[in-house]
Design a protein around this ligand. Structure first.
Ligand code: BG6
Length: 224
């Protein structure tokens, strides 16, 4: 059941989209890649632990969680390259925009509402999705995981995106699927749409709205 509890009927200053699990429903491919990477490196990981603890985190935080120590940028880049190669091989032939995404982006553009992408992913994975789907021109800003000091669940990435767009965080809608990402959006003081690709609506019930995809989403969040 969809829960619809808007904090108030506000105009939308901007929409900030998460990428993995939102723009594309690709999480199972990321998880398969992490599981294979972990198997190859002797790290115990289960699907359940991934969704609960790691989904939405950037690579640095994920590798530090695995190895339980701080890691240098070089070390992270080296391991990240291995894992993302596996992921991109798994997902390349399956790239597909989430249902309703392009119409949603076109509507925002027509209404003059700026849109940004705020993802924990690195540049390689961002280009792989954004250019793979041909949607780059819809984004006024793209903030990647490597461009913030603190990754999700910290609000920094969403606050940075709002700052680049020059909008009030309280008038932004975030679209997220992961628990870490939802927390980042809520901590930024934004309204959050929980997209139920990785978690159930009940697990995302702390967001303002839960939806399965972008179809009809604009009408739901648009102030009447
Ligand atoms: O959900 P976002 O912010 O697009 O996150 C991307 C990240 O999502 C995580 O779940 C993946 O483990 C990462 O590899 C990926 O970079």
């Amino acid at each position: 059941m969809m829960v619809y509890k808007l904090r108030y009927n506000m105009p939308i200053a901007a929409v900030l989209l998460d990428m993995d699990g939102v723009v594309v429903d690709n999480l199972p491919y990321h998880v398969d890649a992490w599981l294979l990477f972990c198997e190859q490196h002797g790290i115990p990981l289960t699907r359940e632990i991934f969704y609960k603890e790691l989904n939405g985190m950037n690579s640095k935080d994920t590798f530090e969680w695995f190895y339980q120590r701080e890691m240098s940028a070089e070390e992270v880049a080296h391991l990240e390259e291995k894992k993302e190669l596996i992921y991109r091989n798994f997902y390349a032939d399956h790239r597909k925009a989430a249902p309703g995404l392009v119409t949603f982006l076109e509507t925002l553009q027509k209404e003059g509402i700026p849109c940004a992408l705020a993802t924990s992913a690195g540049k390689g994975n961002i280009d792989f999705i954004v250019d793979g789907l041909g949607i780059r021109s819809f984004f006024k800003a793209i903030v990647g995981g490597g461009e913030v000091k603190k990754g999700k669940p910290d609000p920094e990435i969403y606050l940075k995106a709002a700052q680049i767009l020059g909008v009030d965080p309280a008038q932004c809608w975030v679209v997220e699927d992961s628990l870490q990402g939802v927390q980042a959006g809520l901590s930024a003081g934004m309204q959050v749409v929980g997209m139920t690709t990785s978690h159930t609506a009940a697990e995302l019930s702390h967001t303002q709205i839960q939806v399965p995809h972008f179809v009809d989403l604009f009408d739901l969040i648009h102030a009447k």
